[in-house]
Structure formats: structure tokens, C-alpha cells
Design a binder for this molecule. Structure first.
Ligand code: RAM
Length: 338
């Protein structure tokens, strides 16, 4: 018996010397990776789920990663591991616009196709960016909502995610530009608070806003974690009708606060579709169908055809579509979807 075991081991060892490693690999499918901001965010899980579906239905392997905390450092560690794993592409939902550049450049230099999704990296670090909705329109839509909820005047505050998240920051920039228009002169942005997409911190930041600004009329939270935390605080404190709430929320998490009237209405897109579009962007880049240049066209499975356009930051992007409004009339249906 011992002799047989030794003989088999020797045969395996010799084959290992003469045959390429890929023959032994359990599966030699190209690996497509996505890295989200942090764990514990149901929105992020939906995006990862859409990416996985899109990659697997094309016959490839998806690697889904998220660090525990939403920091650039934690994402850099994960990207280093993905480079070592020789993935075909990396789709990054960035915790910082610039800080990931060295590690992403390193990945690109090794032939890995790098692009961002949801929260972008700078144009020098990416081939393109998968954007969920027009960034300027998001800013304009949220300010218009706050204006209507405030009755045209008063104090408003923003509850964001991390101070370094580029998606939140670009939306906040566009909100500030919108607020500078004459029609919004009576609306005063008193504070931008950062809940870091962590539930507890978002709750305490909301409480801080209420303490510091007793006349606050509206909270805009352009983050699904933030808006759900604010919905809970306003509900628990019985502030419905006194402090209004809007922003970008996940229907399944926000249904309760839309149904109880704390949040009149909010906006979002389908996070599963964002991830799915990312999957087809990844394979189109890896096969060379697109380079990430303006005018490049590709087909994204069940979502149809897309064309790459110029992004507001000077890089390029693929736009999923317009944001969708959720209110009492449709939330019951959408809360079951995502
Ligand atoms: C949070 C995340 C995500 C953002 C949504 C709206 O879940 O910050 O990046 O796109 O909100």
C-alpha cells in the first residue's frame, strides 16, 4: 500500500514538472474581481450579486471582496492579493479617488483590466467608470427635493458616507452648485456630516445634527446606510413632520420610513443592475472589445447596448440610466425587489 502511495505521489510530481499549472488547476476559468467599499452594506451586497450573475452567466469565475472597514488602505491590501491571484480584471468601488492609484497602476502594468464602479477612482487609475446615474442630475434632484420638503426656505444638512468616497463627494459638489442658483437662495446648507456608511456612526451623526441645529428642516442622505439610520432616528424621536428626510435609499431598508411618512420620497437605481453592467464592462475590456474610450460600444446581456461617454471628471464612463423615485405609491412593490 505504502509503495502505491509513493508511486502515485511520484507520478503527480513528475506531471507537475512537465505540464503547465493550469492543467492542474481545479478550474482555469478567467477570474473577474470586484471590490466593494466595506462589508455589512446591503446595497453593496446587491451590487456584488449583480456582478456575480453577469460574470457567471458568461461562463467565468467572479471573486467578490469587501474590506471590514471603508478605507483605502484596506482596499489596497485586497488589490495586492488579487494581483497575486492573476485575475483578469479588477472592478473597484473606491474608498478614495486618488489613494488607490499606485496599486491600480501596478495591476494595469501586469495586464489586469482596471475600472471603477459606483464610487470612482481618478481617470489615470481606470480604463472607465460604471456610473449608476448622471452625477449632476442626482445633485440637482436632491436639492429640488429638499427645497420642496422645506417649503422653499430654511436649514438643510447632508449626511454622507466617508469624507473620501468619490461618489458621495461628486454628488455633494453638484448639490452645492445647485444651491448657488438664485431660486435656492433661502435654503441654507448648515453642515455636511459623515456617517462612514457605518450604521452606528450614521445614527450618532444624525443625532448630532439634530442637537446642533434645532431648526433643521431637511436631511439629505445620499447613502443607503445613512438614510436608513436617519429614518430610524427621526422615527424614534417622533420628528415626523418636523425634520424631513430624502436622499438615496434602498427600498427594502427604507419602506418602513416611507410608509410611516418620515421620508416623503427618495431616489435610487437598481444596484443589482449596476453590478451586472460592471460584469459586462469587465469582459468587454478583457476581450479587447472596448478600450474604455468615448464611443466604444458593447452589449451588456439582458440590459442591452451601452456606449462609453465622457465623465464629468474628464475620464470616461458607462451610464446605467436615470435615477428612480420611490414614494408611498410604489415602495410596497419595490421593497421586495432590492
Ligand atoms: C451606499 C454606498 C454606495 C452608494 C449608495 C447610494 O450604499 O455609499 O456607494 O452608491 O449608498
Amino acid at each position: 500500500m505504502k509503495k502505491i502511495v509513493i508511486a502515485v505521489a511520484m507520478i503527480i510530481a513528475i506531471m507537475g514538472m512537465v505540464l503547465p499549472a493550469s492543467v492542474f488547476a481545479a478550474d482555469a476559468k478567467p477570474k473577474y474581481a470586484i471590490v466593494f467599499k466595506n462589508t455589512g452594506n446591503p446595497y453593496g451586497e446587491k451590487q456584488l450579486e449583480g456582478f456575480k450573475t453577469g460574470i457567471e452567466e458568461q461562463g467565468f469565475e467572479a471573486i467578490l471582496r469587501s474590506p471590514d472597514l471603508p478605507t483605502a488602505e484596506a482596499q489596497i491590501q485586497i488589490i495586492e492579493q488579487l494581483i497575486a491571484q492573476k485575475v483578469a480584471s479588477i472592478c473597484i468601488v473606491a474608498n478614495d479617488y486618488d489613494a488607490l492609484q499606485p496599486v491600480l497602476k501596478k495591476a494595469s502594468a501586469q495586464g489586469i483590466k482596471v475600472f471603477s464602479l459606483d464610487s470612482s477612482v481618478n481617470p489615470a487609475s481606470r480604463l472607465t467608470h460604471v456610473n449608476q446615474a448622471d452625477s449632476e442630475k442626482i445633485g440637482q434632484t436632491l436639492i429640488k427635493a429638499a427645497y420642496d420638503m422645506a417649503g422653499g426656505s430654511g436649514e438643510i444638512a447632508i449626511l454622507s458616507a466617508t469624507s473620501q468616497a468619490s461618489n458621495q463627494n461628486i454628488w455633494i459638489d453638484f448639490m452645492k452648485k445647485e444651491l448657488a442658483k438664485p431660486e435656492y437662495k433661502n435654503l441654507k446648507l448648515v453642515k455636511v456630516a459623515y456617517g462612514d456608511d457605518l450604521r452606528d456612526k450614521s445614527v450618532s451623526e444624525t443625532e448630532g445634527l439634530l442637537r446642533s441645529y434645532p431648526n433643521l428642516k431637511v436631511i439629505i442622505a445620499p447613502t443607503t446606510v445613512g438614510i436608513a439610520a436617519a429614518g430610524k432616528v427621526l422615527t424614534d424621536k417622533g420628528l415626523k413632520g418636523k425634520v424631513a428626510l430624502t436622499g438615496l435609499g434602498l427600498p427594502s431598508e427604507m419602506a418602513e420610513y416611507i410608509e410611516n411618512g418620515v421620508c416623503g420620497y427618495m431616489f435610487l437605481w437598481n444596484p443589482i443592475d449596476v453590478g451586472y453592467l460592471g460584469a459586462y464592462t469587465a469582459t468587454a475590456l478583457v476581450t479587447g472589445k472596448i478600450k474604455g474610450a468615448v464611443g466604444d460600444k458593447f452589449s451588456a446581456g439582458k440590459l442591452g447596448n451601452y456606449t462609453i461617454t465622457k465623465a464629468p471628471d474628464g475620464g470616461t464612463e458607462v451610464l446605467l440610466g436615470p435615477p428612480f423615485k420611490f414614494d408611498k405609491s410604489n415602495i410596497a412593490m419595490w421593497k421586495k425587489v432590492y
